[in-house]
Design a protein around this ligand. Structure first.
Ligand code: ARG
Length: 588
């Protein structure tokens, strides 16, 4: 198999750099050719727009510049003769022979010719991060699903990804919780059994009620915090019990969603907090304001227009969420050698991260070449457009939400089975309902641009039509059904002769070869919806191909070539869905 190195975009881009250098001199070797997939396929497959900005820079007409670039360009292996349109756009159309070669090299390659990132980066993805003894709510679900997808894409590209769960397991609320634990479950600390206090969220509410009502309880809570921070054994044990209880609940959700995380909660950074303050003092950024230690921020003002402080140590000596994030940032850069740190939370925390990043930057803690980025997302809304609630107005529990998705998927499936007069085993039904239900929840979230709010609707996410997981899984099932009838095991074939003659074949082929470029885009912009759209469009292009080009009934060599296109489509769908954290089934 002839290995083609680099994606089509990379190859074209390299050729344009050469052409720019040849035409205008070595100082243009780094000039961005402004190359992208053409927005209108009538003009070609790719478009290069660099002639327009260059025209200004060089004081020459843009068309003339475009002509000079094309004269110096050697893309004969990839493209037909480039054309110049309008004021100076260069249009490129891929040659069928190039597409055939690329598809042939994808065939039999489990990476589908997607190159491994060179050099790989050490990346921290901070996601999910629920709070102990509080509800893991739909916001955390979004963070979990988006973070997992981003981590999967980066891992597939070959990066070294550390998936961190920055669990909220520290802070003054534990004084209250521990005090209540002692009061309500006096034997909890003396038995060796795992504590089962049932619903921890209810436990939290009850302890809050006690706290608000009783000054003595408040006093005891305050002392418990001091003891906890001083490392008192018995207090730490109580804290551990509460964390274990929450962890068991969180793990059930992660298991159902097939999500893997390394827990490194806020408490982990406790030993590193004092150094944050000491080092900030040394940089001269630290200011005492009404007894609190803080850094005055640039570009953030309070309602009177005065610079806003970021408090890093309260007047009582306690540290806060920001201090912990500063310590975590230093640890990830210093100890984990992270080159990129990605934080996935709702947009409501945008200011928190902007402030923490600013302070770290001004303190000189972010070396050149290290990228720190907050990936915000919008809120999950019910179908009424308000924040998602159950019918009775309660916050939705995640396990109920997942149960409901699977139950709906199951009832859709059972109806279909009945209508088609099939008989299926309970195991089959369980498996398909699980894959479709979990896939639907994940895909509904990932297919939205994450920055917008998203409306949670079981009906929409489970629809077999439209940009949904069931639609894509079903597309995969249909393609595989055809492949089975075609009866060629492509994984055993070394060299398939792929021939692209029909327009619909070319359109599908051009889409298939873009997977690597799409993943690059997802990794750069951290927008999983781009991958969703790519897969949705793939299944549409496949449908057009299948409508127009007979597969099983056509003569050789077209039959094998078209079956290879089916096989590549199925493999791309499966790989793409797996990067979204979504499984497939072979029948449904
Ligand atoms: N526990 C926080 C919350 O539930 C999210 C933590 C996000 N990560 C971080 N490094 N601050 O809102």
């Amino acid at each position: 198999v002839n290995k083609i190195m680099g994606s089509t975009l990379e190859q074209l881009s390299a050729q344009f750099s050469k052409a720019l250098t040849a035409a205008f001199g070595p100082e243009f070797s780094e000039t961005d050719p402004i190359l992208g997939v053409a927005s209108n396929p009538r003009f070609g497959d790719y478009q290069v727009n660099v002639a327009l900005p260059l025209a200004k820079q060089l004081g020459q007409p843009p068309r003339q510049i475009a002509e000079k670039i094309v004269q110096n360009l050697s893309v004969d292996d990839l493209c037909e003769v480039p054309t110049i349109a309008g004021p100076g756009f260069i249009n490129l159309t891929l040659k069928p022979s190039y597409l055939e070669d690329r598809l042939q090299s994808m065939q039999g390659d489990e990476r589908l010719s997607v190159a491994v990132a060179a050099p790989p980066q050490k990346v921290v993805v901070d996601f999910s991060s629920p709070n102990i003894a509080k509800e893991m709510h739909v916001g955390h679900l979004r963070s979990t699903i988006i973070g997992d997808c981003i981590a999967r894409v980066l891992e597939f590209q070959g990066h070294d990804v550390l998936r961190l769960n920055h669990v909220g397991d520290w802070g003054t609320q534990f004084g209250m919780l521990i005090t209540y634990l002692r009061e309500a479950y006096p034997s909890a600390l003396t038995t060796s059994d795992a504590l089962d206090i049932g619903d921890l969220v209810a436990f939290y509410k009850q302890s809050k009620l006690r706290f608000d009502a009783d000054p003595e309880f408040q006093e005891a809570s305050g002392q418990a915090v001091v003891k906890l921070q001083a490392g008192d054994q018995e207090t730490l044990q109580a804290w551990q019990l509460l964390c274990d209880q929450s962890r068991r609940e969180f793990d059930k959700i992660y298991q159902r969603l097939d999500i893997h995380l390394t827990e490194r909660g806020e408490s982990f950074y406790n030993p590193h907090l004092a150094a944050v303050i000491a080092d900030l003092k040394e940089t001269g950024l630290l200011v005492e304001d009404q007894g609190a230690q803080c850094v005055f921020l640039e570009g953030f003002t309070n309602k009177d227009g005065d610079p806003q402080p970021l408090i890093v140590q309260k007047s009582n000596g306690g540290y806060n969420y920001a201090t912990t994030d500063l310590a975590a940032l230093r640890y990830r850069i210093g100890q984990d050698s992270a080159q990129r740190i990605i934080y996935i939370t709702d947009a409501g925390q945008a200011n928190h991260f902007a402030q923490v990043f600013q302070v770290a930057r001004r303190a000189g803690w972010i070396p050149d070449g290290v990228e720190i980025v907050h990936v915000p997302f919008g809120v999950v809304q019910g179908e009424d457009g308000k924040k998602l609630k159950t019918r009775s107005g309660e916050t939705v529990r995640l396990r109920d939400l997942l149960d409901e998705a699977i139950a709906s998927a199951r009832s859709d499936l059972e109806q279909r089975i009945q209508a088609e007069e099939r008989t299926e085993t309970p195991e089959f039904i369980d498996e398909v309902a699980r894959v479709v239900g979990m896939g639907a929840v994940k895909y509904a979230d990932l297919s939205q641009n994450r920055t917008s709010n998203y409306i949670f609707s079981y009906d929409k996410m489970l629809a077999l039509q439209g940009n949904t997981a069931p639609y894509l899984i079903y597309a995969y099932v249909r393609v595989q059904g055809i492949s089975r009838k075609g009866n060629i095991d492509f994984s055993q074939q070394s060299q398939i002769d792929i021939q692209l003659n029909e327009e619909a074949e070319l359109v599908l082929a051009k889409h298939l070869i873009q997977l690597g470029d799409v993943l690059d885009q997802v990794a750069a912009e951290l927008l999983p919806n781009r991958l969703c759209l790519y897969l949705f469009e793939l299944s549409q292009k496949y449908n057009q191909f299948y409508d127009r080009c007979p597969v099983l009934s056509s003569e050789e060599p077209a039959r094998t070539s078209r079956l290879a296109l089916c096989d590549l489509t199925a493999q791309t769908l499966k790989l793409g869905l797996s990067l979204l954290g979504i499984d497939v089934v072979e029948r449904m």
